[in-house]
Write a protein that binds this ligand. Structure first.
Ligand SMILES: Cc1ncc(C[n+]2csc(CCOP(=O)(O)OP(=O)(O)O)c2C)c(N)n1
Ligand SMILES: [Mg+2]
Length: 362
C-alpha cells in the first residue's frame, strides 16, 4: 500500500515550440513583438542578406587560396541575426566559430573577419562586447557561465548570450556550464544553433533526447525550442530570455540547417543526400521574410538589387583592405592576456634578441 504513495510524478516538464512566421512568410500577428515595426523587419532582412553575401565572398576567397579556412553560416542567418538583434549593447556574446552574422550585428569591422580567416587574429574591438572566435567545441560554455557569474557578482545588468552547436550539447563542458548557471541563477542565455549536423554526425546519432532544449531541465533551467529559420521567433525568444535573465538562465534551441559545408575542409556529399538539403532549402530563412515584405509592399526587386549592390561594394572594400596585411608576429605574445606574463616576455625578448623574425628561420 505504501507503493501507491510512491507512485506520483516528481518532475513535470514540457518543451514548447515557437514559430511566428511560417515557411511561406505568413505572420501570426498576435505573437509579433510590438517593437518589431516594418522598418525593423526590413533591417532584419538586410542583415540576413548581408550575412549571406559575406559568407559567399569568404568561401570564394578560400577557394582562390586567399583565405586559410572558413566555416560557412549559409542557412543559419535567422538564428544568428534574430538573436543578435535581441541583445542590448551591454550584453556580452560568446560565439563558437560560425557566428559571423552575430559579429556583423555587433559592429565587428568586416576587415577583422577577413583578416581572421586569412590566419591573422587581432584583439576583438571592445565595442563589440564579445569574446574571440572559439574553435574547441563547447569550451566557451564554462567561460560564458563564468562571465555571467561576474555580471551577477558585480551587480551589473548585462546578460551573457552564448552560442553552441547541436554537437556541442553532448560535451561535458555544456552540462557543467548549465549546472553551474542553474545553481547560481546566472544571467545566461544559451542559444543552441541546432543545424542538424556535427560535421558528419547527424542529430539523431548525437543523442537519444527528443529535443536539445530539454537538456536544460536536468540543470533546473527553462528550455524552449524555436523555429531557427524564423528570424522573428528567434528574436522574440531571445528578447524574452534576456528580459528574464536576472531571475536565471534559459536555453533556446534554434532548429535550423547547415545548407553548406561544415568548413572548407569538408565535403558533405560524402555523408548526406541532396534530397535532404533540398527539403531544407524550402524553409530558407531569407526567402520567407522576403515573401512577407513583398506581400506587404515593403520590398521589391529594385530594392533588392540596390541593396545587394551596396552590400557587395562594402564587402569588396573590406577584402581590398585586408589583401596585403601587415602582420605583427609579436601579437601572439601581446594579445593573449590583458598583460604580458613574465615567461612570455622572456620568450619575446629572446626572439627579438636573436632576430627571430628577420632571419627567415620562423
Ligand atoms: C573539443 C573538440 N573536439 C572536436 C573538434 C573538431 N570539431 C570541430 S567542429 C566539430 C563539430 C561541431 O558540431 P556542432 O557543435 O553541431 O557545431 P557546428 O559545426 O554544426 O556549427 C568538431 C567535432 C573540436 N574543434 N573541438
Ligand atoms: Mg551542428
Amino acid at each position: 500500500m505504501s507503493g501507491v504513495l510512491l507512485e506520483k510524478a516528481v518532475f513535470d516538464g514540457d518543451i514548447e515550440y515557437l514559430q511566428v512566421m511560417d515557411e511561406a512568410g505568413n505572420m501570426d500577428q498576435s505573437l509579433l513583438p510590438r517593437e518589431l515595426d516594418d522598418n525593423k523587419i526590413v533591417e532584419m532582412y538586410k542583415y540576413m542578406l548581408f550575412a549571406r553575401a559575406n559568407d559567399a565572398k569568404m568561401l570564394s576567397l578560400q577557394r582562390q587560396g586567399r583565405a586559410v579556412t572558413y566555416a560557412p553560416l549559409v542557412g543559419e542567418e535567422a538564428t544568428q541575426i534574430g538573436s543578435a538583434l535581441a541583445m542590448r549593447k551591454d550584453d556580452i556574446f560568446v560565439p563558437t566559430f560560425r557566428q559571423h552574422g552575430v559579429y556583423l550585428v555587433r559592429g565587428m569591422p568586416l576587415e577583422w573577419m577577413y583578416a581572421y580567416w586569412r590566419g591573422y587574429e587581432e584583439p576583438i574591438p571592445k565595442s563589440v562586447n564579445g569574446t574571440a572566435i572559439i574553435i574547441p567545441v563547447a569550451t566557451q560554455m564554462p567561460h560564458a557561465a563564468g562571465l555571467a557569474y561576474a555580471q551577477k557578482y558585480k551587480k551589473k545588468d548585462s546578460v551573457v548570450v552564448v552560442y553552441v552547436g547541436d554537437g556541442g550539447t553532448s560535451e561535458g563542458d555544456f552540462y557543467e556550464a548549465l549546472n553551474f548557471a542553474g545553481v547560481w541563477k546566472l544571467p545566461l542565455v544559451v542559444i543552441i544553433e541546432n543545424n542538424q549536423w556535427a560535421i558528419s554526425v547527424p542529430r539523431e546519432k548525437q543523442t537519444a533526447a527528443k529535443t536539445l532544449a530539454q537538456k536544460a531541465f536536468a540543470a533546473g533551467i527553462g528550455g524552449i525550442q524555436v523555429d531557427g529559420n524564423d528570424v522573428i521567433a528567434v528574436y522574440k525568444a531571445t528578447k524574452e530570455a534576456i528580459e528574464k535573465a536576472k531571475d536565471g538562465p534559459m536555453v533556446i534551441e534554434c532548429v535550423t540547417y547547415r545548407l553548406g559545408l561544415h568548413t572548407t575542409a569538408d565535403d558533405p556529399t560524402k555523408y548526406r543526400t541532396d534530397a535532404e538539403v533540398e527539403s531544407w532549402k524550402g524553409k530558407d530563412p531569407i526567402a520567407r521574410v522576403r515573401a512577407y515584405l513583398t506581400g506587404k509592399g515593403l520590398w521589391n526587386e529594385e530594392m533588392e538589387q540596390k541593396t545587394v549592390q551596396e552590400q557587395g561594394k562594402e564587402i569588396d572594400a573590406a577584402v581590398e583592405k585586408t589583401e596585403h596585411p601587415k602582420e605583427d608576429p609579436k601579437s601572439i605574445f601581446t594579445n593573449v592576456y590583458s598583460f604580458v606574463p613574465q615567461n612570455l616576455q622572456e620568450e619575446l625578448d629572446d626572439a627579438e634578441r636573436n632576430n627571430f623574425w628577420q632571419d627567415g628561420s620562423q
